[in-house]
Write a protein that binds this ligand. Structure first.
Ligand SMILES: Nc1ncnc2c1ncn2[C@@H]1O[C@H](COP(=O)(O)OP(=O)(O)O)[C@@H](O)[C@H]1O
Ligand SMILES: O=P(O)(O)O[C@H]1O[C@H](CO)[C@@H](O[C@H]2O[C@H](CO)[C@@H](O)[C@H](O)[C@H]2O)[C@H](O)[C@H]1O
Length: 519
């Protein structure tokens, strides 16, 4: 027999969600239910700290109060964090029976006269996406919310039924047919959402065609709670496509006889493994577009100054020190422990490499950048790609993510991602005799070198003359080298917090980079 969880009951005197939350049971709901429920959510960033307070602020409702958009404000440790939680009422006893479709998203029971039902996390309510889109099309204010839609959104009729895409990451993406993507941002941070402002700049000002057009948003104050973008027809993201294709390559390598190949120039791979050239080109075009001349202070380029170089160096050093402190304390997976020891043994070499960037003197501009550029942010079409998700690194503040920087940070992000892909498939290899395993490893290494070469060649050709890149090769190389190290340090921190089993990948990356420079 299925055992149903215990749910508290809230009373909605007038049938509205806001009344139920503000009624007598509301305090128990915020003080007892939410502190237990939040740490179970993938998007909740305070899992490792104690919650000392939760408050709810209703922002606006839809469909006569059946759905309420709520800001859940949480004190975790010493930090205040806010999250968007749409809460939807589902009337009918069936919603509480074992096997009911939304049971795992249920927060409480709700009662209104002789009706009863449930309150669920509205992000999983089938009705809400359409209501949000309709309100955007009508530019309708609701409570303290502003719904805004572009003419392009209004021109789309009958986009198709909403469907949720994949497992929930930090945000929730819902597709309407092959026309619209609606993205709900869980974390609420005061200030402009870079995902929206960069998409708008690229498509409306710079004329960049390889990112989906912005269609509308749900805004609160200066921030965006949800945004709609044009759907880009795709065959999946480049991370998934490349991992699947590399695994198929490994399998093939295990079943065919050895052949001499090891140099990238002798190798041939089909799309998407051959994505390097087109991705390098689209990345260069993106960076040129981000250097488009404008009066908008959020996008106008700025000079790279010695002070800025000094700040980059100090920031990276502080992050490296924090990582060292965490690794000294961490209980690591067995295979990663020796890597962590080698990393700790080389801390001085690492820190001095990071300090060296302060002495560079490259002449170039800084511009907005993608900010969290990796294969998961690239959608694959037949022989082309689109670049998505300009939110920046999730662990950084909004101000940091909106800072002007060097596009070479993005280049470093993508090079690290090629490394991640190669190491991921190698670490998943379980079978194969000694020589087969060796040939597989060689094939993956050949791919890694080829994709990096193709990406950098195409990037170099298509970024020629870009004001936001140093024109001399030595400065480019030195900066790229610094950003590669900084990115790998960020990744090691990210993995420690989110996926400790992956920590070996960035640690090995850092060690390889240190070794390379010692040559
Ligand atoms: N414009 C789009 N067209 C088609 N699919 C998209 C689009 N934007 C996002 N997606 C799908 O949603 C997924 C997550 O999108 P993303 O913006 O990266 O969200 P998150 O910030 O949660 O990582 C993508 O991997 C892709 O499958
Ligand atoms: O996509 P997000 O904005 O949530 O980015 C964060 O999570 C990424 C992992 O999902 C993380 O990316 C790292 O792992 C990827 C493989 O899963 C790899 O392709 C990237 O190169 C690597 O950085 C990203 O760093 C983090 O900000």
């Amino acid at each position: 027999m299925d055992i149903l969880p215990e749910f508290m009951t809230l009373d909605a005197r007038d049938g509205r969600v806001a009344t139920a939350l503000g009624g007598p049971g509301g305090t128990q709901f915020t003080d007892e239910v939410l502190p237990r429920w939040l740490p179970l959510q993938r998007w909740f960033a305070g899992k490792d700290k104690a919650i000392s307070a939760v408050r709810m602020t209703p922002l606006g409702d839809l469909a006569g109060g059946e759905h309420e958009l709520v800001s859940v404000d949480v004190t975790v440790g010493v930090e205040d964090q806010s999250y968007l939680l749409p809460i939807s009422a589902r009337w009918g006893d069936g919603n509480l029976r074992a096997g009911a479709s939304e049971l795992s998203y249920t927060l409480a029971r709700v009662r209104h006269n002789d009706r009863s039902g449930t309150l669920i996390d509205g992000a999983y309510d089938q009705r809400l996406p359409q209501l949000l889109l309709d309100a955007m099309k009508e530019n309708r204010p609701v409570g303290s919310l502003r719904f805004e839609g572009t003419d392009a959104l209004r021109r789309i009729e009958n986009p198709g039924d909403p469907r949720q895409l994949g497992a929930e990451q930090s945000n929730l993406s819902i597709a309407f047919g092959d026309k619209i993507i609606l993205k709900l941002y869980r974390r609420i941070r005061e200030g402009e959402q870079p995902d929206v402002e960069v998409a708008k700049f690229l498509t409306e000002v710079a004329g960049y065609e390889h990112t989906p057009r912005f269609l509308g948003q749900v805004a609160h104050g200066s921030t965006t709670l949800a945004a709609a973008f044009a759907f880009f027809p795709n065959r999946g993201d480049a991370w998934t496509g490349i991992i699947d294709a590399l695994e198929a390559e490994m399998h093939k390598t295990g079943t065919r006889s050895p052949g001499g190949e090891g140099r990238p120039e002798d190798a041939s791979f089909d799309f998407p493994l051959s994505v390097g050239s087109i991705l390098g080109q689209r990345t260069a075009e993106l960076h040129k577009a981000l250097a488009t001349s404008t009066d908008d202070p959020a996008f106008a380029t700025e000079d790279l100054t010695p002070e800025q170089l000094g700040k980059w160096s100090l920031d990276a050093e502080a992050e490296a020190q924090a990582l060292i402190a965490r690794l000294e304390q961490a209980q690591l997976p067995e295979q990663a422990a020796p890597l962590a020891q080698s990393f700790l043994a080389q801390r001085e070499a690492l820190l001095s490499r990071l300090r060296a960037v302060a002495d560079l003197a490259p002449a170039c501009k800084l511009s907005r950048i993608h900010g969290d550029f990796h294969l998961g942010q690239v959608l694959l079409a037949r022989n082309d790609v689109a670049i998505i998700d300009f939110e920046g690194e999730p662990a950084r503040s909004l101000a940091e993510r909106r800072e002007k920087s060097s596009p070479l940070r993005d280049v470093a992000g993508m090079l690290r991602s090629f490394d991640y892909a190669a190491m991921t498939v190698i670490s998943r290899q379980r079978d194969g005799s000694g020589s087969t395993a060796e040939r597989r490893l060689e094939r993956v290494e050949t791919w890694r070198r080829m994709v990096i070469r193709d990406f950098l060649d195409a990037y170099g050709t298509h970024s020629e003359g870009a004001a936001n890149l140093p024109q001399d090769a030595a400065s480019r190389e030195a900066l790229l080298d610094f950003f590669l190290l900084h990115k790998a340090i960020y990744e090691a921190g990210y993995e420690l917090s989110n996926r400790p089993a992956w920590i070996g990948i960035p640690l090995k990356g850092i060690l390889n980079l240190l070794e390379r420079s010692g040559e």
